[in-house]
Design a protein around this ligand. Sequence first.
Ligand code: SF4
Length: 227
Amino acid sequence: MQDPDATALKFEPPATAAGDSARPLVAETELPTLDKVSVEASTCTACGLAKARNNVVFGEGDPHSPLVLIGEGPGEQEDLTGRPFVGRAGKLLDRALMDCGLDRSDVYICNILKCRAADWREGRAQNRAPAADEVAACNRWLDPQLRIIAPKVLLCIGGPSASHLIHKNFLITKERGKLFTCRYAEHALATLHPAYVLRQQGRNSDGGYSLLVEDIALAWMKANPLE
Ligand code: SF4
């Protein structure tokens, strides 16, 4: 078993219970730069996902944006490219951003988990939900990442991200589009994952695409109250 602290940053992270709205215990002046965190994360072996990954997918976009979009973890295309949300779901997210008058360069996009969680089944790697210990291990990167960016609004993409960052019993069907607070941002809300929207879309249904657009628009409006 690998030492979970083997690649930890050289500062003490605060307690990170999901849904804890307390402000961080470490002063901003003690934080490393985002580049430093990204470089350290790129060689992380703190959990078993390091063995099969091709790339650590740290995040991309404008680190000064008031809005961070955050999903659960990288999939196949993200693992291959090292970029978040670049597969079919990512293209739908791009379209939803565009329908709000935005593109990726206006926001910052990342995941709670930085490496792909997958099991080898039927002759190929298939995505799976991350285990709790994997999410806990990866918080060593997520926590400084979000504290350095310090967005005004966090938009959780999908239920698992919301359960980790807003509150642990989050129900995406009942609570999406509602405003909460969280330790990393003044406002936090969640929306449908574009992969879910793609699965639901049919001849007579947009699969929740309009809700995805609506939630991004609300998040952007809360992030830029004077615009
Ligand atoms: S998932 Fe996170 S903790 Fe696990 S190896 Fe990747 S970067 Fe490290």
